[in-house]
Design a protein around this ligand. Structure first.
Ligand code: S3P
Length: 428
């Protein structure tokens, strides 16, 4: 796809529904008693992989234009699938469904695409084995394909070595299915808490104490109506674009502002961005939302590390691009988890931005970016099949002299099928 530099970005858009919340709504809706109605569901490839896996376990899920309706089967109602469950490109589907399958008394085989096959699964298969799940798989269960026989779990008290909402959620879901016992997960820093918030909305009793979350097994869930807020990780691309493209003003409507996800907002503020936040007072219960307006800004480099990292982990590719347009140096540390995302995002971000002339170096656990650089093409850059790398490079094209050619641009469909349409709509 050929993408050209733009003069400005102006207008208002509504970004698609949150990916993490959409996955969980289908999963918990399937395990609940009664109907769950999900509005503003993300119709991206990843969330549709979750729908397809639960349909194979006998759950009736209707995907309409406006909403998704799940006829829940209850925690004992899912059936052994006749086919392999294919989680596509989705780490969230793979790791969370493993927690559910670990608690169900039947056999399943799970596989995904080439990128999933490289992503570490021992971080969930090990604790799930400790709970009693029988898991076999490539490299002794470290990678897909995996096969499981679940059921008869016992509760554990698990100290996770990494701050990962996928690990935390997987173990908590297995804990929910471990009849009668309590399971607790403690993590080094707080990761996104959509599972905790949504399980409570479905009627489960969960206890949170600092960095520990516990759940008692055997509780039943009751179907609910959910309005999925806009995905802040998708909004991030247009927040950065508005800040770095000259003469721009962009408003993003109904963006999810869960405090475990707003690291990007803090970074924009610390870099000096001209950002206005208007909270939607009616949304302040389960998942807060706000309208955001960003204008072209003079940015300065900052240090990003520590407990901020889990709150912006998916935004680091676009933050790196923003940092190329900031005065001074931006240092990103403690972000080794980037190496095990859809691609090794330290390598893909550094290598692709270098092709445009950015001053960026990799570090063991992050990267160092010196600004401000003039990005220039014409160049050929590649998403490497990673949706967030694809979108970051498309935003880079807006300020690249001579434009660029983006290879494997279709990767954006994983989380933001309308991305190029929205970019075109804003481009002046
Ligand atoms: C997610 C958690 C994060 C994030 C991913 C979605 C989730 O992964 O990067 O895009 O929905 O729980 P980790 O749990 O591996 O940090």
């Amino acid at each position: 796809m050929k993408l050209n530099k733009v003069d400005s970005l102006k207008g208002e858009i509504t970004v698609p529904g949150d990916k993490s919340i959409s996955h969980r709504a289908v999963m918990f809706g399937s395990l609940a008693n009664g109907e769950t109605v999900i509005r503003n569901f993300l119709m991206g490839a990843d969330c549709l992989s979750t729908v397809s896996c639960f349909r194979k376990m006998g759950v009736a899920i209707e995907v309409g234009d406006e909403q998704v309706t799940v006829q829940g089967k209850g925690i004992d109602g899912l059936k052994e699938p006749e086919e392999v469950l294919d989680t596509g490109n989705s780490g969230t589907t793979t790791r969370l469904i493993l927690g559910i399958l670990a608690g169900l008394p039947f056999h399943t085989v799970l596989t995904g695409d080439e990128s999933i096959a490289k992503r570490p699964m021992a971080r969930v298969t090990e604790p799930l084995r400790q709970m009693g799940a029988k898991i076999e798989g490539r490299a002794n269960g470290q990678f897909t394909p995996l096969s499981l026989r679940g059921g008869d779990l016992k509760g554990i008290s698990y100290h996770s070595p990494m701050s990962s909402a996928q690990v935390k959620s997987s173990i908590l879901l297995a804990g929910l299915l471990a009849k009668g016992e309590t399971t607790s997960v403690t993590e080094p820093e707080k990761s996104r808490d959509h599972t905790e918030r949504m399980l409570k909305a479905f009627g489960a009793d969960l206890e949170e104490d600092g960095l520990a979350v516990s759940i008692k097994g055997g509780q039943s869930l009751t179907g609910i109506e959910i309005h999925v807020p806009g995905d802040i990780s998708s909004a991030a691309f247009f927040l950065a674009a508005g800040a770095i493209v000259p003469d721009s003003i962009i408003t993003l409507k109904n963006v999810g502002m869960n405090p475990t996800r707003t690291g990007m907002i803090e970074v924009l503020q610390a870099m000096g961005a001209d950002l206005e936040i208007r909270y939607d007072e009616a949304s302040l219960q389960a998942e807060p939302m706000a309208d955001l307006t960003i204008k072209t800004s003079s940015l300065k480099g900052i240090d990003i590390s520590g407990d901020l990292i889990p709150r912006l982990i998916d935004e680091i590719p676009i933050i790196a691009l923003m940092a190329t347009q900031a005065e001074g140096t931006t240092v990103i540390r403690n972000a080794e988890e980037l190496k095990v995302k859809e691609t090794n995002r330290i390598d893909t971000v550094v290598n692709e931005l270098k092709k445009l002339g950015a001053d960026i170096e990799p570090a063991d656990d992050g990267m160092i970016i010196r600004g401000k650089s003039r990005l220039s093409g014409p160049a050929s850059v590649k998403s490497h099949g990673d949706h967030r790398i694809g979108m970051m490079l498309a935003v880079a094209s807006c300020i690249t002299e001579g434009g660029l050619t983006l290879l494997e641009s279709e990767a954006v469909n994983v989380s933001y099928p309308d991305f190029f349409h929205h970019l075109q709509q804003l481009s002046k």
